[in-house]
Design a protein around this ligand. Sequence first.
Ligand SMILES: CC(C)(COP(=O)(O)OP(=O)(O)OC[C@H]1O[C@@H](n2cnc3c(N)ncnc32)[C@H](O)[C@@H]1OP(=O)(O)O)[C@@H](O)C(=O)NCCC(=O)NCCS
Length: 168
Amino acid sequence: MEIRRLAPADGPAYRALRLRALREHPDAFTSSYEEDVQQPLQVSFARLASPLYAFWGAVQGDELYGMVGLEHEQRAKNRHKGSVIGMYVTPEVTGQGVGRALLQALVVHARGAGIASLVLTVTEGNAHAWRLYAGAGFRSFGIEPDAIRVEGQPFAKNHMHLDLSQAP
Ligand SMILES: CC(C)(COP(=O)(O)OP(=O)(O)OC[C@H]1O[C@@H](n2cnc3c(N)ncnc32)[C@H](O)[C@@H]1OP(=O)(O)O)[C@@H](O)C(=O)NCCC(=O)NCCS
């Protein structure tokens, strides 16, 4: 399995995997399948080309099996920060270290880009994702109740932080 940066040419595969993630795990993401499926492919191309984002994929042959994104803050007071977004690994290859490898690629890039602080949110009860992030050094700094609602059901979100200014 190769971990590499995604480019605009990966737009169709990125969009398909993102929609699968949103459809299969509605409580794991803030975006929803129902809203995102309305967006044209052009939105995916634009996201992959944007300097505000970087995405990595887990690729084997022509297939995309996993992905993660980094959203880099831009304003003077918060451009030391980045957000980890859209982490997803297909069930065919979970539990084999693909998520960890994607996160590692993102962290290496973030350090190189001078980012000092990474943040993310993980839905309370998503033990698999929580362990992935805790294992990479992320620490919880609070739980937001009623952070998202899926078909009217409230879910809390755990906010996690990784200090990149410390030595790895
Ligand atoms: C969460 C997710 C990204 C993990 O991907 P993955 O490739 O299976 O993760 P890894 O194999 O790299 O495992 C990383 C850590 O997760 C934990 N883990 C792995 N498999 C697990 C399992 N079946 N149950 C619980 N924890 C598990 C382990 O702590 C592992 O570290 P270890 O090997 O040192 O014990 C993947 O399951 C997924 O996409 N889930 C659905 C969408 C989602 O929840 N995304 C996160 C949104 S915040």
